[in-house]
Design a protein around this ligand. Structure first.
Ligand SMILES: *Cc1c(COP(=O)(O)O)cnc(C)c1O
Length: 351
């Protein structure tokens, strides 16, 4: 007997971090502990009910123009989507159509293999070295595409622009996607490489540094040709990805650069303080350039710490796979007060 279930696209979905209903200290999904700019609030209240009658602008012109101007590019170099997850998924669909495998690290954003499975893209993961660094020689030779976050997640380890330029130069046969979800927290961006190479797509998000995870805004910068291909796929899938309220909110965030930079500096300062405290408590971690720290205790088991923190209303993230990161916890940076409470509770657990 034939069964309809034989023709279902079966996938194992991505598991996002928990969003508890109760008020907790939430250090588990790399959200920003500070609200977005007050100008974002004004922009949202400024959207009239009547304007919601109509479909949003499918070209997302106001937001694309603001992002293009901010980075000094033309509008044709910018693509926007419903969070960078949407932009990345569209990038996989558009650019990764070779029979050769797409390459990415073994320890990285755990959505990449999910999209590869969903779209039936062949892929090979390349193990990071013992210091969680990407081994450049793993990315030599012809392939179907490359995707790497910089800084990498969940390790927080970053590589300089020159590292990526070598990879991009060596791969005219495929598109290289650099996922810069955390680059605003103090590291070099590869955006300028998109002027020189037409096969690189740099993807950014408003979710972390701009504190707008709830709005869902992601974008990509690339050559005009690359962005045209990406847009053609998007318009073949869903014309109205960005809603009217979100478009207005996104523009307001871009326009308040002073507020944005000040909050990013606040997070960086708290991160550096937290690093010192964690070291004193017997944790080791690769040097993080992002808004989280990926840490392992010298003697106390990660799952035990995770559970004990949770009992105390503090949520961090633990990944059981791959096995070599099972001893680590990913700790997002909260406010100073949240991190002081976190360190105080943590010191009782690991003492
Ligand atoms: C958070 C994150 C994303 C997705 O962010 P969006 O909220 O969808 O914009 C993409 N890549 C990495 C590495 C991330 O950590």
């Amino acid at each position: 007997m034939k069964n309809w279930k034989d023709n279902v696209r079966k996938v194992v979905p991505y598991t996002p971090g928990e969003q508890p209903k109760a008020k907790v200290i939430k250090l588990n999904t790399n959200e920003n502990p500070y609200p977005p700019s007050p100008l974002v609030g004004n922009a949202i209240s400024g959207v009239t009910l009547d304007s919601l009658r109509k479909y949003p602008d499918p070209a997302c012109d106001i937001l694309i123009s603001a992002i293009a101007k901010y980075h000094g590019f033309d509008k044709e170099n910018v693509f926007v989507g419903v969070g960078s997850d949407d932009v990345l998924a569209m990038g996989f669909l558009t650019f990764f159509n070779s029979n050769e495998p797409v390459l990415f690290p073994d320890i990285t954003y755990s959505f990449y293999d999910v999209w590869a499975e969903l779209f039936r893209i062949p892929y090979v993961v390349k193990p990071l070295d013992d210091d969680f660094k990407i081994i450049a020689s793993d990315y030599e030779g012809s392939c179907g595409g490359i995707v790497i976050p910089n800084p990498n997640a969940p390790t927080g380890v970053a590589e300089p622009v020159s590292f990526f330029e070598e990879i991009i130069k060596a791969h005219p046969e495929c598109v290289v996607i650099i996922d810069e979800a955390y680059v605003d927290f103090g590291y070099q961006s590869c955006i300028e490489l998109t002027r020189k190479y037409d096969n690189v797509l740099v993807v950014r998000t408003f979710s972390k540094s701009r504190a707008m995870a709830g709005n869902r805004i992601g974008y990509a910068v690339g050559s005009k040709e690359l962005i045209k291909y990406l847009s053609d796929c998007k318009f073949s899938f869903n014309s109205y990805t960005m809603d009217t309220i979100t478009l207005a909110a996104g523009v307001a965030s871009i326009e308040d650069d002073e507020y944005f930079k000040a909050r990013v500096q606040d997070v960086i300062a708290t991160r550096e303080w937290t690093k010192g405290q964690l070291s004193e408590l017997g944790f080791s971690f690769p040097d993080s350039k992002s808004n989280f720290i990926f840490a392992k205790h010298e003697s106390v088991d990660a799952v035990h710490i995770f559970e004990e923190l949770k009992k105390r209303g503090i949520y961090v993230r633990h990944f059981s796979k791959p096995e070599r990161i099972a001893d680590y916890l990913r700790i997002s940076i909260g406010t100073d007060e949240e991190m002081r409470t976190f360190i105080a509770e943590l010191s009782k657990i690991v003492k």
